[in-house]
Design a protein around this ligand. Structure first.
Ligand SMILES: Cc1cc2nc3c(=O)[nH]c(=O)nc-3n(C[C@H](O)[C@H](O)[C@H](O)COP(=O)(O)OP(=O)(O)OC[C@H]3O[C@@H](n4cnc5c(N)ncnc54)[C@H](O)[C@@H]3O)c2cc1C
Length: 319
């Protein structure tokens, strides 16, 4: 089916994420600016060979910067960020308990046989609630956090659709469309890959609908926007249950995370800030600072000195 970004499409706010990505020698940078042409016609011309220098100048003048995107996908950016870390995917944590001064975690499989000094949660509040039982303060803070669900549709079409690579719509079941084939690192020639995000109220109204019905409804709406028939050779509707935060938790002072020093337990991400990649990244950076401060202070009192140093070294290594 080819690559699709099925969640975040681009990072519009200022971000220093690129500085944290770990690149291999000779590898393309994983974060690139994404510019789009104002109309599909200009985008098509972009994919053909230039005949005149003036043409290129014309198009360059009208290109619009949408933000930064991961290359070849947003997932590739996440991979580059995670490279120096010990990440275990497909390991849902079902239980988190304090045992003495350590954390004991259980996944669906079994107990994770390691001691953890601190527990950071960057998962939507409704999923985090069973994991914060050891901290009444964090439980209280997360109890009021609300998320909105959202339907998205992924579509592939052999025949080009006459729409620019990114567009927002008002008062329509589809709120925005984004073309994977117009992102940096992708060829504008060949099958087109489209992402549609349904409008928030429309998503709520169709919350309990099945994916097939939603796919058909959104496809009909896309045909209206495209102004002609679209015959997809791949179509998949997906529901994000905790897509965008409606009411984030209040964080104390000016740091954008929650930290319970008594049990070395913290929460970051869009539980605390708006659902935007640049904001959740800053929340994570704030959290790293809080953890360093908390563990360093504790190490002075209780002798866990290596932990404090490890975290400090990690932060010092970051640009
Ligand atoms: C459809 C859509 C489009 C978006 N578009 C944009 C955009 O264009 N630009 C932008 O800036 N932002 C966008 N966002 C918002 C952005 O994606 C989020 O704000 C951001 O991903 C939140 O990051 P996070 O790390 O806090 O949490 P998440 O990205 O939600 O990550 C949480 C992770 O925790 C895992 N998890 C959950 N429970 C457990 C458990 N018990 N044990 C272990 N792991 C668990 C989940 O599987 C997931 O991988 C979009 C979001 C959606 C849904």
């Amino acid at each position: 089916m080819g690559l699709f970004d099925d969640g975040a499409q681009c990072i519009s706010g200022a971000t220093r994420l690129a500085a944290h990505a770990v690149q291999r020698l000779g590898e393309l940078a994983t974060l690139h600016p994404w510019t789009i042409a104002p109309t599909a016609a200009v985008e098509d011309r972009n994919a053909t060979t230039w005949k005149k220098d003036e043409d290129e100048a014309d198009v360059t003048r009208t290109l619009k910067l949408m933000g930064a995107v991961g290359v070849l996908s947003m997932l590739a950016l996440a991979d580059a960020l995670a490279r120096p870390l010990d990440v275990r995917i497909n390991t849902p944590i079902l239980q988190a308990r304090r045992r003495g001064a350590k954390w004991d975690l259980r996944s669906s499989e079994d107990e994770i046989g390691e001691d953890f000094q601190a527990l950071v949660l960057a998962v939507p509040a409704p999923l985090a609630m069973p994991l914060v039982v050891e901290s009444p303060d964090l439980s209280n803070a997360l109890r009021g956090v609300r998320y909105r669900s959202r339907w998205v549709l992924l579509l592939r079409s052999d025949r080009p659709v006459p729409l620019p690579g990114y567009r927002r719509f008002q008062g329509s079941p589809i709120e925005r469309v984004a073309a994977m084939h117009s992102k940096p690192g992708h060829s504008a020639i060949g099958p087109q890959r489209w992402f549609f995000e349904a409008d928030q109220r429309w998503s709520l109204r169709h919350e309990h609908e099945d994916a097939e019905t939603v796919a058909d409804l959104l496809l009909d709406n896309f045909r209206e926007h495209a102004g002609r028939s679209v015959m997809p050779n791949y179509l998949c509707a997906q529901q994000w249950h905790h897509a965008f935060v409606e009411t984030p938790a209040m964080s104390p002072r000016r740091i954008e995370c929650l930290w319970d020093d008594k049990v070395q337990h913290c929460v970051c991400g869009d539980n605390v800030v708006a659902s935007q990649v640049d904001r959740v990244h800053r929340s994570g950076v704030d959290l790293a600072g809080a953890v360093v401060a908390g563990l360093t202070y504790r190490s002075g009192r209780s002798g866990f000195s290596t932990v404090g140093r490890d975290f400090e070294q990690l932060l010092e290594a970051q640009p």
